[in-house]
Every structure is written in C-alpha cells, then in structure tokens.
Design a protein around this ligand. Structure first.
Ligand code: NMX
Ligand code: MLT
Length: 471
C-alpha cells in the first residue's frame, strides 16, 4: 500500500520536474521514500558517502569556475547577491520563494504526511525531507515523532537557569538562556574532548541536533508558561505529534491551533543559508562549536527586529493602528498611518526582504489558512487591507527593493485569533521552528567536512587604493 502510494507520488513529482526544467538541478536527488526503514540515522549513514563523493567531484571538476564578480557595493552593502555559502537543505528564488529540497510550500502541503487527510504537513516530515532529500512515509514520520518525544525531557537545571532571569526579561533572552543551559548535555563536545576522528563528527552532531530539536518546544513552552501562566508546566503528551505537542505544552489544544502550529513550524524552519540566523548558526558551527552553542548564537540573530523579531513588531504595530484609528479603519486613514510610521524614521514591519522580490509564499499560505478558518476576523481583514495599501507606498519611496509582505506580516494575527496574544513571545515560536532547518544543515556541514568559515575583510583605505589602481 505504502509502496503504491510512493510510486504514484514519485510519478507526480517526475511530471513536475519535466514540466519545470529549471527545477531539475535542485531536485536532483529528491525522491519519494521507498525504503521501509524507519530509522533516520541509518538512512543518513547510507546517504552520506554518496554526497561526500558528489562534493569531492564538484571540487575537483569545477573548483575554479567563477560564480560572479564581487563589487564594492556588495562588500559595503551587507553582501547582497554575493554567493558565498553551501546550504543543502533549501534554496530561495527571489520570485518564487523557498523550496525545501526542491519542494515549494504548496508541494510540501500536498506531499508531506499530515495528521489527518488534507491537513497541514507534519514538521517531523519536513525534518526528514531536509535531512535526506526524500519525502517520508507516514510510518517513518511517526517513528521520528516517537524518537523526538523520547528525547524531549529537559534537565531540571534548564528551568533553574531560566528562573534566574527576571520574569520580565524578553522571551528570546529566556529562551536562548534555556538553550545554552541544554548545552551541558552535548554529545559532540564530549566526543571531541575524547578525541573523536573527524570522519565521525556527524554522528554526535546528529544526536545533539535531534535532542535539541526535541527539547526546544518544551523550553519555549516553559518560557511562555512562566511569563504568562504562573509558571504551571504542561508535560509532553505521548499521543501527540511535534507541532500538536508544542501547542499543547503552551496550553492550546484546539484542533485548528494544532494545525496552525504544524504549518507554522514547517514554514519557518529554513530559508536557505544566508539569512542572519542560519548564517550565524553555520558560521559558529564552522569552528566546531556544538549544535547547542551554534543554535543559541543563531537565536541571538533571530532576536533582531529586522529579522525574526519583526513578527512581534507586526502585531504590536497592527494593534497600535487599531488603538489609534479603531478596527474599521478606512483606506485613507491606513495610508496616513503608514506614512506617519515612515516619516518618523521607522520601517513598516513585515514588508520587504533581502532576497525575495515578490510576495513571500509563506505569507500566502498563512493567508489561505486565514481565509479558510478565520475570514471574518477583524485583524485578518486589516492585514488584508495592508496588503493593498503598503506596497504602493513603499514603491513610492523609491528605494525599497521589495515592497511586498514577508512571512512576519501574517503570523501574528493567526496566533492572536487562537488566543496566543502575547506579541513579545512570537519570535520564540520562530526560533523553535528554525532549529529544524539550522540543525539539519549542521549535520550535513559535519558530514561533508565543511571547513572553518573565514572570509576576507578590508578597510575603506584598502578599497580606495584598490579602486584607484584598477580605475
Ligand atoms: N519599511 C521602510 N523602509 C524599508 C522597508 C520597510 N518595510 N524595507 C526596506 N526599506 C528601506 C531600507 O531600510 C533601506 O533604507 P535606507 O537606504 O535608508 O537604509 C532601503 O529601503 C533599501 O532596503 P532594501 O534593499 O529594500 O532592503 P534590505 O535588503 O536592506 O533589508 C529588510 C531587508 C527585511 C531588513 C527590510 O525590508 C526591512 O527592514 N523590512 C521590515 C522589517 C521586516 O519585516 N523584517 C523581517 C524580514 C523577514 N524575516 O523574518 O526575517
Ligand atoms: C528568514 O526566514 O530567514 C527571513 O525571511 C530572512 C531571510 O531570508 O533573509
């Protein structure tokens, strides 16, 4: 039965690849899982040698091929457009948006196993896909869910470390502190101290990564419960999948909130390698810092308002619009409010992107979720109005490269609708999800033997002299 389903899915995918030739390279080794092996670790063990060979061949055959010219603007402009990282788990197209191992978000929604027929993808399935490049069966996803649940218990000192902070500390500070406290259990650090051979680095990295992914929801949920629900902890429920369990530990058990959490965790997981959090995690891990240290560093980048904190900023900004103008705001009032924000030297949160040049497909799938489940919610209607009002204004500014909404423009109103109203907490949810993408790539970083990251920097004087010489 599983075999026949797999074969038919495989042929659907093959058709897609044939219809869209530009995708063939990104889905070169994407397959539907045909093996009945339920163990992710042994699947990876099988895949790693072939991918190591592939990288060796790329190095020896194409090592000297140029990938573009580096300009002064790139060096002083945040390295935009400069290709400089190997990141296997996902690839971002400026117009089309993210593909996870070659699959777009709508394709993931169709192909990855769900908790119920036609439901949102299970994040464990995405984790399997990111790690192996293969779409797992429901049985494999269930086995991975079970493995993650078995790793989910958090040592007591983690709660104590968080409790040492004032309860008013920002939720991201509390969350990162919890992740740092988890670091004492790192298998990679212990193995390194004992002198592990470099060919085996990926194995303790895998152990740390899976444990970290398993444990971040409970750490995150504790931060939420401590800050907003008198510190009453809700334990893991062994009957629930990863996304539903996270919602449950936060205190939300409704089936729609469970579906939202599955979708949320899936779509925020990975956005190729150059975004601030992923790049930071990858950079820190390149020094052979273990996954806990690397991911905690990544979270500190995610906590910045131009990156993950934008999801908090969006809901706070939307609520400030409502406070000032009421829920039934007219288009002209909304335009005035956007201009007021811009004229006071602030950004309009949730709009723009460093790479994307169209509406973020992560925004679109959240919009579809809202149209299905909460079409009459006033804040959703305000978000829809902003979709009409903001892009022309940002375009009028003349300097914004992408006036369209990103993932953060939509997530807050969905969470708010289901009762998760505390905007300052939102970036923690993003962080839980991002553990899946960053840790998946860290395993491959070690499996492929990627080196210490160390780009060259220059001074303004160096630039002036270099440019005068080459003029
Ligand atoms: N509102 C106002 N100004 C903007 C916006 C915006 N939403 N987006 C870009 N600009 C400005 C930007 O500040 C820059 O101005 P200046 O030259 O005076 O410094 C100018 O437009 C050119 O910026 P871009 O090249 O279009 O964008 P860049 O790649 O530098 O930055 C973001 C990308 C995402 C940081 C930027 O669009 C932004 O600040 N957006 C709002 C914050 C946000 O939503 N961040 C979340 C991104 C997604 N995520 O989850 O991480
Ligand atoms: C992300 O998900 O990391 C953001 O969209 C930012 C980015 O890709 O640069």
């Amino acid at each position: 039965m599983v075999f026949y389903r797999s074969v038919s899915l495989l042929s659907k995918l093959r058709n897609r690849v044939v219809q869209q030739p530009s995708l063939t390279s990104s889905v070169r080794w994407l397959q539907i899982q045909t093996s009945s092996d339920l163990d992710l670790h042994s699947q990876l063990k099988e895949l790693i040698p072939e991918q190591q060979e592939r990288l060796k061949k790329i190095k020896s055959e194409y090592g000297k091929v140029q990938l573009g010219n580096i300009t002064v603007n790139m060096v002083i402009g945040g390295m935009r457009g400069m290709t400089g990282l190997l990141w296997e788990t996902s690839l971002l197209d400026p117009d089309e948006g993210i593909r996870f191992r070659g699959l777009s978000i709508p394709e993931c929604q169709k192909l990855l196993p769900a908790a119920k027929p036609g439901g949102e993808p299970l994040p464990e399935g995405l984790l399997w896909l990111l790690l192996t490049g293969k779409v797992p069966t429901k049985e494999q996803v269930d086995a991975l869910s079970k493995d993650l649940r078995s790793r989910a218990t958090i040592p007591d000192h983690v709660y104590k470390a968080i409790n040492a902070l004032p309860v008013t500390a920002h939720p991201m500070t509390q969350f990162t502190t919890g992740v740092m406290a988890l670091q004492v259990q790192s298998e990679f650090s212990k193995a390194y101290e004992k002198g592990i051979h470099k060919s085996k680095y990926w194995e303790p990295t895998y152990e740390d990564s899976l444990s970290l992914i398993a444990q971040v929801p409970a750490v995150a949920a504790y931060v939420y419960r401590r800050m907003y629900k008198n510190g009453e902890r809700i334990p893991v429920d062994d009957s629930l999948d990863y996304g539903a369990n996270f919602a449950h530990m936060l205190g939300f058990d409704g089936p729609e909130m469970q579906e939202l959490m599955r979708l949320y965790v899936t779509i925020h997981s990975d956005h190729e390698g150059g975004n601030v959090s992923a790049h930071t995690g990858h950079l820190v891990a390149s020094a052979l810092s273990d996954p806990y240290l690397s991911f905690a560093a990544a979270l500190n980048g995610l906590a910045g308002p131009l990156h993950g904190l934008a999801n908090q900023e969006v809901l706070l900004w939307i609520k400030s619009v409502v406070d000032e103008c009421g829920e039934n705001i007219t288009t002209d009032q909304l335009k005035d409010y956007v201009w007021k924000t811009l004229n006071s030297g602030k950004v309009v949160p949730g709009f723009g992107h460093g790479v994307l040049r169209k509406t973020d497909p992560r925004y679109m799938c959240q919009r579809e979720f809202a149209l299905k489940h909460l079409p009459n919610d006033p804040l959703f209607q305000l978000v829809s109005k902003l979709y009409d009002v903001v892009p022309p204004i940002l375009t009028e500014l003349g300097k914004v490269k992408n006036p369209w909404p990103n993932v953060d423009a939509h997530s807050g109103v969905l969470l708010n609708y289901y009762g998760l109203t505390e905007a300052r907490y939102f970036t923690v949810l993003f962080g839980v999800s991002r553990a899946i993408g960053i840790c998946s790539q860290l395993i491959w970083d070690r499996a492929l033997g990627l080196p210490l990251e160390r780009p060259k920097s220059v001074t303004m004087e160096w630039l002036e002299q270099h440019c005068k010489k080459s003029a």
